[in-house]
Design a protein around this ligand. Structure first.
Ligand SMILES: Cc1cc2c(cc1C)N(C[C@H](O)[C@H](O)[C@H](O)COP(=O)(O)O)c1[nH]c(=O)[nH]c(=O)c1N2
Length: 227
């Protein structure tokens, strides 16, 4: 007779191991401009992708794919799509912020030796997926979990990663040749880094400051501001 599989004892991490995890979380940065041209060694890239693939996903759907982009011509098309969208984006901010916005470097598409498009196949796992029955976007959220795992793994490997989202989605879909049932979730730039900011670059450059954690914690239900 077959017995259902039982869980194994949970591994306990030492304080040094815990510290290492929190250090990586704190030292992770969004990288735009600090990329070096050196290629990423295949074993490092593999570990970063494995970290992504180890992410939680709704119903264990694993809806992600990882499109590895190194071709300069393809990067050029994507950088042009970014430039078009970025011009439109600049216009959307109040006039007094537009020059600051234009001074920010917001992508490393050509400078980073590797770009990765992380996609979500919305049909994977069939029509009904455990946990997604009433919340259709859980597959997209799952894919974001994969991206965050990659971001942390990359930092631990000494690889910088930046997320670029300033695109008209249809431009990027066409360039990547995505079928209708596949969404682009993240466009990532990866490479070794020379330097890193010790806090978010947007905060360091005065665009937007980091909010204090205690101002964000609520108890039992939504607390209206000033209550
Ligand atoms: C979904 C999503 C999308 C984007 C980003 C992040 C995320 C989560 N970020 C990076 C973002 O600006 C950055 O994470 C914050 O400023 C905080 O900085 P650190 O990530 O802590 O360095 C980002 N940065 C950028 O320069 N261009 C971009 O298009 C985007 N898009």
């Amino acid at each position: 007779m077959l017995h259902p599989p039982a869980p194994a004892p949970a591994r306990v991490f030492s304080s040094a191991e815990r510290r290492a995890l929190y250090d990586v979380i704190a030292a992770r940065r969004d990288v735009r401009d600090e990329f070096l041209p050196d290629p990423i060694a295949p074993d490092r890239l593999r570990r970063i992708l494995e970290a992504g693939h180890a992410a939680p996903s709704v119903g264990h759907m694993q809806p992600w794919n990882f499109i590895l982009i190194r071709d300069p011509a393809q990067k050029h098309r994507i950088a042009s799509a970014f430039a078009a969208a970025n011009d439109e984006a600049a216009e959307m901010f109040p006039e007094e912020r537009q020059s600051t916005y234009r001074s920010l470097k917001l992508e490393g598409i050509r400078k980073a030796p590797l770009n990765i498009a992380v996609t979500c196949d919305r049909t994977r796992g069939g029509k009904v997926v455990l946990g997604r029955t009433h919340n259709r976007d859980m597959d997209l959220y799952s894919t974001v979990c994969a991206v965050q795992n990659m971001w942390l793994a990359a930092r631990a490997e000494g690889i910088g990663m930046g997320w670029v989202s300033i695109f008209r989605p249809d431009d990027l879909r066409a360039i990547l040749g995505l079928p209708d049932h596949v969404e682009i979730v993240a466009y990532l730039c990866l490479g070794h880094v020379s330097e890193l900011f010790d806090r978010p670059e947007l905060a360091a450059r005065g665009w937007r400051q980091t909010l204090p954690l205690d101002s964000l914690i609520m108890t039992d239900r939504w607390e209206p501001a000033g209550a």
